[in-house]
Design a protein around this ligand. Structure first.
Ligand code: SF4
Length: 337
């Protein structure tokens, strides 16, 4: 238990999908301490700010405006002023631990396998296997019987849903439609079959992604003029999640949209290449189908997936044909193309 009264802080500056999978931990901490503050990336701060377990998302642009010692110092001063009783550290980085220490937060709770564990006051054993959301929960103390996968949640506002509905209305897109998210910041995680897939689908399609994904999304949408539309870069993250919520299903790589779909309860067809669901970041149980080259000896080749295949062949993705993804779509209940 915290040494002094005061609000609780979570520092989670990992990738967007990791932040979505941290929401069950936030819910557990909020149940015990009240809504928590979360230091996270600018994109994730906007995403989680509507979550009922979150009092405030604190943006830390560690690779942008807050990079370097100046940004670090500004944030530690702000955190020190918050008089937090405890900092929970699901992200096992030196920077997260140093932020909590320099902000003079008396309780710092993290995993015992972190390289920065010596800066923690409480070190919690980390499970090797299992789903990421469940692996994070021991930070909050003894786990309850509730299912952590069921608590993965992206909270949306009425304005988010209205913006998504308006975007659909303006393009004459009626449900049921299929959402596809062809991008990934990791090159080897991008399946190359989306153009073919969209050409073969018969339902309306919405192509999702960030502004950086817009050229790829435009190329994919061009496979079915009038039936497929790109929303890449046109909507905020929560509005994009609201679009996914409206979709019959999402076809995606192992990337952030997979977890956004988990957070809004939309089934997914997830194409995995250099990573595997066994690493803890697959679709939620019973809410998705995974397409992957299970027998390939070199999988998984890294925790995130490299930018380029170290062997040059990229067989983990190239061997996945469009028919397998169509079969996976048809295998989802109620999602027949
Ligand atoms: S090494 Fe194997 S798993 Fe990694 S990118 Fe290449 S084909 Fe895929």
């Amino acid at each position: 238990m915290p040494m002094r009264p005061g609000p609780v802080l979570v520092i989670q500056t990992a990738f967007l999908g990791d932040v979505v999978l941290t929401t069950p931990l936030l819910t557990r901490l909020a149940a015990r301490h009240g809504p928590v503050d979360v230091v996270t990336t600018p994109a994730a701060a906007e995403l989680i700010s509507a979550h009922p377990a979150v009092r405030r998302g604190i943006s830390y642009d560690k690779r942008g405006v807050d990079r370097g010692i100046g940004g670090f110092r500004r944030l530690t001063e702000r955190l020190a002023a918050g008089r937090y009783s405890a900092a929970y550290l699901p992200h096992r980085s030196w920077r997260s631990a140093a932020l909590a220490l320099c902000a003079q937060i008396p309780e710092r709770i993290g995993f015992d396998d972190s390289p920065a564990a010596l800066l923690y006051t409480t070190r919690v054993p980390r499970a090797r296997g299992g789903y990421e959301s469940a692996r994070l929960l021991p930070l909050a103390g003894p786990a309850s019987a509730r299912d952590p996968e069921a608590e993965v949640r992206v909270a949306l506002t009425a304005a988010d849903r209205e913006a998504a509905d308006r975007w659909l209305r303006e393009r004459g897109i009626a449900a049921p439609f299929i959402a596809v998210a062809p991008g990934s910041i990791w090159g080897t995680k991008r399946w190359q079959g989306y153009v073919d897939l969209v050409g073969k689908l018969t339902q309306p399609v919405v192509v999702l992604g960030s502004e950086a994904d817009a050229p790829l999304a435009g190329e994919v949408a061009a496979a079915a003029p009038g039936r497929a539309h790109s929303a890449a870069g046109a909507l905020s993250l929560r509005e994009s999640a609201a679009l996914i919520e409206r979709a019959r299903l999402l076809v995606t790589n192992d990337s952030a949209p997979l977890h956004l779909a988990s957070g809004v309860g939309t089934p997914v067809v997830a194409v995995f290449g250099p990573t595997t669901p066994a690493q803890g970041f697959g679709p939620l149980q019973g809410r998705g189908v995974v397409v992957q080259e299970s027998g390939l000896w070199c999988r998984p080749c890294s925790p995130h997936g490299p930018q380029q295949c170290p062997f040059g062949h990229h067989a983990c993705m190239r061997q996945i044909g469009v028919e397998r993804v169509l079969d996976a779509i048809n295998a989802l209940p109620g999602a027949r193309n």
